[in-house]
Design a protein around this ligand. Structure first.
Ligand SMILES: NC(=O)c1ccc[n+]([C@@H]2O[C@H](COP(=O)([O-])OP(=O)(O)OC[C@H]3O[C@@H](n4cnc5c(N)ncnc54)[C@H](OP(=O)(O)O)[C@@H]3O)[C@@H](O)[C@H]2O)c1
Length: 235
């Protein structure tokens, strides 16, 4: 796909990986709608990006949003959705565990009501995460949600072809998702990446590059691309 002149919607497009993707899409000539609950967090954005407010968990609002937007070529969802539960499953607060699935419900709403507006040969990209296939201790909720996101994309690919759908799975990426600052932030990322083959946090743009690849390459659908600094193959 030649991205120039195409219309793109990026859920979670106002921060981190989604914002980096919105910026790359605009650089390549797309008209981008960057969407989140509070899009003002994106700050100043280039002229090709329009900001819009939407909670991906609200299925009626998601349906109305896509009906109002009309036809689109590119649909990316990197929204975190809600809260994330950590810790051993046998000690898990089940409301917290269920809350982690807000990400999945958001992705499901966006596919259910957005995919029909994607033109034939258009491209959809979702974002999972390395715990989907290699959870570290305490990441059972992240693993279950990420695995479901990857399975959802694989399962729906045949139903919506010739539209394409793929998943990009990031490892540890330095984004506002982690609220720490200064030395605490640097120590955190050192600690959580020390066993990875590339022992640093990734940059949002490094994940956005893979999302752009999945959009531009017309021969890939129903699969997952890992951008993880070697998390999956590390000891
Ligand atoms: N960063 C990492 O290390 C990492 C690792 C593995 C996987 N991931 C995945 O990568 C994706 C992007 O994460 P990120 O690090 O870029 O996070 P981020 O910087 O916190 O950005 C998340 C974006 O999602 C939006 N969002 C959250 N809930 C939403 C909702 N219910 N409806 C609409 N928008 C919503 C946020 O804006 P509002 O708050 O304004 O809604 C924000 O724009 C997520 O799916 C995350 O699980 C990240």
């Amino acid at each position: 796909m030649d991205i120039a002149g195409k219309k793109a919607i990026v859920l979670g497009g106002t921060s981190g990986i989604g914002l980096a993707t919105s910026l790359m899409l605009v650089e390549k000539g797309a008209d981008v709608v960057a969407v989140s609950r509070d899009p003002s967090k994106a700050g100043d954005v280039p002229a090709g990006i329009r900001l819009a407010a939407l909670d991906s968990r609200d299925s009626e609002a998601v349906e109305a949003f896509f009906n109002a937007e009309g036809d689109i070529d590119i649909l990316v969802n990197s929204a975190t959705g809600g809260s994330r539960a950590f810790g051993p499953f046998m000690e898990m607060d089940m409301k917290g565990f269920q809350g982690s699935f807000d990400k999945l419900w958001g992705y499901a709403n966006v596919l259910r009501y957005g995919a029909s507006h994607v033109r034939d040969h258009g491209s959809i990209v979702l974002v999972s995460g390395s715990p989907a296939r290699k959870p570290k201790p305490g990441q059972i909720a992240l693993s279950a949600v990420g695995g479901a996101v990857e399975a959802l994309a694989r399962a729906i690919a045949a139903e919506i072809a010739p539209k394409r759908v793929n998943v990009v799975s990031p490892g540890i990426i330095d984004t506002p998702m982690v609220a720490l600052s200064g030395e605490d932030r640097a120590k955190h990322y050192q600690n959580v990446t020390k066993t990875h083959l590339v022992d640093r946090a990734g940059h949002p743009a490094e994940v956005a590059q893979a999302i752009i690849f999945a959009i531009e390459n017309d021969f890939i659908t129903g699969t997952t691309i890992d951008v993880d600094g070697g998390w999956l193959v590390a000891q």
